[in-house]
Ligand binder design. Structure first.
Ligand SMILES: Nc1ncnc2c1ncn2[C@@H]1O[C@H](COP(=O)(O)OP(=O)(O)OP(=O)(O)O)[C@@H](O)[C@H]1O
Length: 430
């Protein structure tokens, strides 16, 4: 498993910090949590990070001191401070001293995730994701598992989220097996109406039921001595689960309306994106069938857990499109960074769709991040909202400082750590 971008969170609030770490991990980041200045500094001295988010008021000092002491280790790493409304002056000072940004608490987590992604965009991380040693490491393990499974002829259960490539893996298994010359029949178990299940799987004789004007070969017969791929096997209804179990145990099945049984000599490969354990516990999936199907179980990880494969897959989809007549196109560095840091709920299918759509709508031949993620344009609206909040907070801090200094602008500017001119210009922008 390859880790996503490294994020350091320096935050002493247990609830906020815990929630942030959980969310960042879910988003595919590798998140480290430091709860004090000292821990934060320690982390920065020993590891390199792609992004740092720090609270300002910490139990053993201020985020500002971490920022100053950590300069030699921070390098170009973006650092953003989270500040309470009343501490804006300090945050403004930090930004003036070189911090990348500040956000005001309570902040919107989605917005923060977008900020982190945006700051990772176009950075040298791109080179890291593109580097040959990263690109060469992909599914070596999975490839080995598939090769071994292909040689064995035992039933295989492929488990993974939607779009991770379970069907692609099943076809690969078949192609590498001794059955490669025989048929590969793929069945989506969730898409067959319950009343047709039996005749679709086992076939039927002519006249077996009203409307059966022809004899019909079922999937078992079509697959013959090849591979029958049962996709979404978790959606099979219980009655068919029993019938399938009988075929797996004895090899025989009987077409609807037939007087004699037929023998299935093929191999079953099944796939599921459902939580079969949960279904089994809820008695919606038979344990005995599960054990028959999952003699070899191969988990295919979601794309966000194998980000090192993204660049190569994206290239492959560009080539695929070119072969189908699309213009030759490339992916810009910022687009690649955006691809690498996306969460990919739809996995490889989503990546392929995004590239295909971008090729249709992009203006040039170099795909940009916003071509692949048109929703980023909407996000920039929320960035505008953030800027407005920030301006309001700054204005508030400035007004308070002016009141506190009895209207003496110079003194207010000094208290805020900014020049008179800056104070004036910020006041004008209000
Ligand atoms: N290794 C790969 N290389 C290129 N394309 C891939 C790869 N794996 C998957 N794809 C593409 O991603 C899409 C989804 O793949 P596939 O249908 O195999 O996923 P799945 O896990 O079976 O999805 P579902 O659970 O929704 O049926 C397909 O368009 C497929 O061509």
């Amino acid at each position: 498993m390859t880790a996503g971008p490294n994020v350091l969170l320096i935050e002493d609030d247990e609830i906020l910090g815990g929630a942030m770490i959980q969310r960042l991990t879910l988003e595919g980041f590798t998140a480290t949590w430091a709860k004090t200045c000292q821990q934060g500094l320690g982390a920065l001295q020993t590891r390199s990070f792609d992004f740092v988010l720090s609270d300002i008021v910490l139990p053993d000092g201020s985020g500002e001191s971490v920022f100053i002491s950590a300069q030699p280790w921070l390098g170009n790493t973006p650092i953003v401070f989270a500040t309470a409304f009343g501490e804006v002056e300090q945050a403004v000072r930090l930004v003036k001293a070189g911090a990348d940004d500040y956000i005001i608490k309570p902040y919107d987590v989605d917005e923060l995730v977008a900020t982190i992604r945006a700051s990772l965009t176009g950075r040298t991380a791109t080179e890291r994701w593109k580097s040959p040693e990263v690109a060469a490491s992909p599914s070596a393990h999975r490839g080995d598992d598939l090769r071994r499974a292909a040689r064995s002829d035992l039933p295989v259960l492929l488990v993974g989220e939607t779009g991770v490539g379970k069907e692609v893996a099943a076809r690969e298994l078949h192609a590498q097996s001794l059955r490669s010359k025989a048929p590969f029949v793929a069945v989506n178990c969730g898409a067959i109406p319950a009343e047709l299940l039996e005749s679709q799987f086992f076939g039927h004789e002519k006249g077996a039921f009203t409307g059966a004007t022809y004899a019909h070969k079922g999937y078992f017969e079509e697959a013959a001595d090849g591979t029958l791929f049962l996709d979404e096997v978790g959606e099979l209804d219980l009655r068919l689960q029993s019938a399938l179990l009988r075929v797996l145990e004895g090899g025989d099945y009987r077409p609807v309306g037939a007087s004699r049984s037929k023998r299935f000599q093929g191999r079953i490969v099944a796939a599921t994106n459902a939580d079969l354990k949960g279904l089994r516990e809820g008695r919606l999936f038979r344990d005995d069938l599960y054990y028959r199907l999952a003699v070899i179980e191969i988990a295919i990880p979601p794309l966000r857990e194998r980000r090192h494969e993204i660049a190569a897959l994206a290239e492959a989809f560009l080539c695929e499109a070119e072969h189908s007549g699309a213009a030759k196109a490339a992916i810009s560095d910022d687009a690649l960074s955006a691809l690498v840091s996306h969460h990919w709920p739809g996995n490889i299918r989503e990546l392929r769709n995004r590239i295909q759509r971008a090729l249709v709508f992009a203006e040039g031949t170099v795909l940009r991040a916003e071509d692949l993620f048109p929703e980023m344009r909407l996000q920039s609206k929320s960035t505008t909202a953030l800027a407005a909040t920030r301006r309001a907070a700054e204005a508030d801090a400035i007004e308070k400082a002016i009141v506190a200094s009895g209207g003496r602008i110079g003194e207010a500017a000094r208290a805020l750590g900014i020049s008179r001119t800056t104070l004036w210009s910020r006041r004008q922008k209000k």
